[in-house]
Design a protein around this ligand. Sequence first.
Ligand code: ADP
Ligand code: MG
Length: 251
Amino acid sequence: MPTSIVDIKNVNKSFGPAHVLRGVDLQVAKGEVLVIIGASGSGKSTLIRCVNGLEAFQEGSITVDGCELPCEADRELGEEKRLNAVRRGVGMVFQQFNLFPHKTVLENVTLAPMRVRNKSQADAEATARRLLKRVGMQDHALKYPGQLSGGQQQRVAIARALAMEPHVMLFDEPTSALDPEMVGEVLDVMRELATEGMTMMIVTHEMGFAREVANRVVFIDRGKILEDGTPAEIFDAPKEDRTRTFLSRVL
Ligand code: ADP
Ligand code: MG
């Protein structure tokens, strides 16, 4: 049994009266590519936002790389330091690219390593240029996000996340806001990361990509993991009616 890098145990999360995550258990092994599927509103974003501490949960535990995230009560007790420690090791890519609009591509990628990791500008820029090359954006370093296509912005966002040398990368519908002709270039970068052994948790509706790249697929339904298996198991032989219904709508 390989050691898990993300360990989610019995996590419960409510927004006021809405019980959004209902006893989620999920382990992700080092190097594993996990795809999370499920209907809109089922809790996919909330779950991955909990993993990098963007959302607090009320019950259960989440451990990333051996460091336990503080739950909501612990945050109130001032466990922010531990939260920041975990966050530094987790890269996140959102549906809306969230680049800083008034900073160049290069500045977007160097900012956090300089501020949070105290890297020198020269060091941060060298790393940024290497990462921009890796996502095919080396020729755009001095442009502003507004001068780039959505696909290009998303590739910069991936480079920016990688610049913090994360142990895990989280993707929340990274291609949902893109024009169809730009989806492929972003999925290509993600596919390459997966090949290089990056641990990844990906929420996506790109079922072809999931089938090809995922080691494991989980189906989340109304805040619970209903089914967990290989892509072949989930897509070709789903056990649960609700999984079948969901797949019949999206495939
Ligand atoms: P998904 O990503 O699967 O579409 P979400 O995790 O975004 O689902 O949302 C799960 C549920 O939690 C939805 O009912 C949504 O309305 C609710 N929710 C999400 N974020 C908030 C929030 N900040 N405040 C209140 N309710 C929220
Ligand atoms: Mg979502």
